[in-house]
Write a protein that binds this ligand. Structure first.
Ligand SMILES: *Cc1c(COP(=O)(O)O)cnc(C)c1O
Length: 353
């Protein structure tokens, strides 16, 4: 398929790297493509960033049939632009699509169109360590129709946002709250897909956590409310004794690409990495007997996010001395070194643009 390119005449300028926040500023252009049952995915085009006019009856607005991805483009010291495991993002996008009855994309074409967009927007990619260009591929259901069924038509778009640190705290440890009243997802549901409704469902508990000074919610399983699942937009790791533990993918956890990268690197470094069920009681016990060494989240936005405090009911568990733990630092350095081209990419995770 031929990608049509309509360039904007007056291009914007990127602010100073030190002023970049997260998700507030968008580049000059976006990628758009439409789906209809007759034509399949068609009319791929790069156009000036613009609002999308939608009928108030548009299905995505009512029934939440929407999926997205989140990945980043990085600029290396010598000015190269590179992507980290981007194909894995599009494969996960297709798994989410399938789960939400949305037609899948051709991964090779998705990669090609992303690269075309990035080449056009290369001046929007910041180069200071810690900054990057956040990439948000999204698909929404576009039939103007009231009634619950899968839409027949869809819009796929990609928007780009130059970003600094995800958390105001930067790499500094955050405090998280275990929700005892609310759950994010259950097995058999859509927790393992990046679909809009999962985030809507998490807001109430997240806002309550924020009011109490906690950056995010740590979710327990939706059935027994006994086992650790993940954080709002991150997977979670615990160092207990000499074991690096993360909850196994049970159908209600989002299969993070950063999570998988941590597991692969940990194994390469001969750490004892285990994916298993982890009861919150085990974490409490480890906190009491001193074997809970570190806790950190993993996700594209913040890469590794050390956790310094977990609240569970009335119990407050302090982790470490409030500074980032050595395991968190090691993974953060290793992953960001590969992303920014400072270390050799022995796992073939990098795709140059
Ligand atoms: C995106 C996301 C993650 C992290 O996935 P990455 O591929 O590592 O960015 C974890 N949990 C949830 C709920 C997410 O939406």
């Amino acid at each position: 398929m031929e990608i049509k390119i309509i360039e904007k005449e007056l291009k914007g300028t990127r602010p100073d790297d030190s002023l970049l926040g997260f998700g507030t500023l968008f580049t000059d252009h976006m990628f758009n493509m439409d789906y209809s049952p007759e034509k399949g995915w068609h009319d791929p085009r790069i156009e000036p960033f613009h609002d999308i006019p939608l009928s108030p009856a548009t299905m995505t607005l009512h029934y939440g049939q929407a999926i997205f991805e989140g990945l980043k483009a990085y600029k290396t010291a010598d000015g190269q632009i590179q992507l980290f495991r981007a194909r894995d993002n599009f494969k996960r996008f297709n798994r989410s699509a399938k789960g939400l009855c949305i037609p899948e994309l051709d991964v090779d074409f998705a990669m090609e169109s992303l690269k075309r967009l990035l080449k056009l927007e290369s001046h929007w990619i910041p180069g200071t360590p810690g900054t990057s260009l956040y990439i948000r591929p999204t698909i929404i259901a576009t039939d103007p129709f009231l009634g619950v069924r899968a839409s027949h038509t869809y819009r796929y778009f990609i928007i780009l946002s130059p970003v600094g640190a995800y958390y105001a705290e930067g790499f500094n440890p955050v405090k998280i709250l275990i929700s005892t009243d609310h759950v994010r997802a259950v097995r058999g549901g859509v927790g393992e897909y990046k679909t809009a409704g999962n985030y809507a469902a998490s807001l109430y508990a997240s806002e309550k956590a924020k009011e109490q000074g906690y950056a995010q919610v740590l979710w327990l399983d939706g059935v027994e409310r006994k086992y650790i699942e993940e954080v709002g937009a991150m997977n979670i790791f615990f160092v207990i004794g000499d074991e690096l533990i993360t909850p196994s993918l049970n159908g209600s956890i989002l299969p993070g690409i950063t999570r998988d990268s941590v597991i692969q690197l940990g194994k390469k470094w001969h750490m004892k990495v285990t994916e298993r069920k982890l009861a919150v009681d085990e974490v409490v016990a480890a906190s009491q007997d001193g074997s809970l060494k570190e806790v950190f989240g993993s996700g594209t936005a913040a890469v590794i996010s050390p956790v310094k405090e977990i609240r569970y009911g009335d119990r407050i568990m302090q982790i470490g001395d409030g500074t980032p733990g050595e395991t968190a630092v090691k993974f953060n350095n290793a992953i960001t070194d590969i992303q920014y081209g400072r270390a050799e990419d022995t796992k073939n995770w990098i795709e140059k643009v």
